[in-house]
Design a protein around this ligand. Structure first.
Ligand code: AKB
Length: 345
């Protein structure tokens, strides 16, 4: 269902909490977008948040929840048309190919990730828009310190996705410092959530493992058991996005992207935590090309600057996240008419 909010939106604020705003979310049907759109609609009102994605229509279960526009972010004219029609003042630009898909389609990854970002930043410069754009731990690489990776360190990406994230960070800083665009960013670790599944990322196993546990009692994991990566539960990820966007401009001292983390665990530690609640859960490890990507990324992250500058503080650790996932994912599966197997509580 394609829906527009007509010409009646008032552009009355700069998008800070409590002010009138009109928001565009790109990549709205993805893992983060699905939950972020719901959070923004709860905050600003459904009609003030325009969800957009490549698909002609939103997923059926959210189709009646607010305005939706079809948008390919590489189409600059269409982007401008949507921004102008809806009087948008803030863009959450999530549309992106992730690390695993990016290795399969490197040219498309470059095009979508960087041309899309450039289109959003250029539109923001011309219209005075505020922008949120997610970077990733994929900016780091084998030459980066793997433990407590500092904010300022060697960026050494070996994936096309990581290359686009480093380039995107530099582009954001250029637009912020030279062209006065208020663009803010965080380097997300792997994100675990239950509403919409991730697609095409290396950290996807940390979500898929819950589906395996609940639906099959078994999971074939594509990274080795000892693979340790920084991770975050979706409620914390949403708090990070809103937190960095709510901060006064003067508090934002990093205009590339903030290091961010909530927890770090190995694949076998995650499996063990799930097994404590789903007895008999079996995991088989069959590493594929994504192992090499995972190994090139940090194990733990130093996010002191985010904590100091805008009060970042995560709430979920591994045990709390697993507990919450195993409460909500079965309900989500039931709502989607999917089977949750006999092993879940
Ligand atoms: C991926 O695995 O590609 C993403 C990321 C860490 O940016 N989840």
């Amino acid at each position: 269902m394609m829906r527009s909010i007509g010409g009646s939106l008032v552009r009355a604020g700069r998008g800070q909490q409590g002010e009138m705003t009109s928001v565009l979310v790109t990549g709205a049907n993805g893992q983060i977008g699905t939950d972020l759109v719901a959070a923004l609609r709860a905050r600003h009102g459904a009609e003030r948040v325009i969800a957009s994605d490549l698909a002609p229509e939103p997923p059926a279960d959210v189709a009646d929840r607010g305005p939706y526009a079809r948008l390919d972010v590489t189409d600059e004219a269409r982007l401008r048309e949507i921004l102008d029609r809806h009087g948008v003042d803030t863009v959450y630009h999530l549309a992106s190919l992730l690390s695993a898909t990016g290795e399969q389609r490197p040219e498309l990854c470059w095009e979508v990730n960087l041309l899309g970002l450039r289109n959003v930043l250029e539109a923001a410069r011309q219209r005075g828009l505020r922008v949120f754009w997610p970077s990733s731990i994929a900016v780091f690489g084998p030459a980066t310190p793997r433990a407590e990776t500092p904010q300022t360190t060697l960026l050494d990406p070996r994936t096309m996705y990581g290359v686009t994230k480093v380039s995107g960070e530099l582009l954001c800083r250029y637009y912020a410092e030279r062209l006065d665009v208020d663009v803010r960013s965080v380097r997300f670790p792997g994100i675990v959530s239950y509403t919409a599944p991730p697609g095409g990322g290396t950290t996807d196993y940390a979500v898929a493992i819950f589906y395996g546990a609940l639906q099959e009692g078994r999971y074939v994991c594509f990274v080795r058991p000892e693979t340790r990566l920084p991770m975050m539960y979706m409620p914390d990820a949403l708090r990070a996005v809103l937190g960095v966007m709510d901060a006064p401009a003067g508090a934002i001292t990093i205009r590339t992207s903030y290091n961010l983390t909530a927890m770090s665990f190995s694949a076998e530690e995650l499996a063990a935590e799930i097994r404590r609640r789903v007895p008999g859960f079996e995991v088989v490890y069959e590493p594929d090309y994504r192992q090499q990507i995972a190994e090139s990324w940090p194990a733990t992250i130093d996010d002191t600057r985010a904590r100091e500058d805008w009060g970042w503080s995560p709430r979920f650790d591994l045990a709390a996240m697993v507990e919450d996932m195993l409460v909500h994912l079965p309900r989500q599966l039931a709502a989607r008419g999917e089977r949750a197997g006999p092993l879940h509580r």
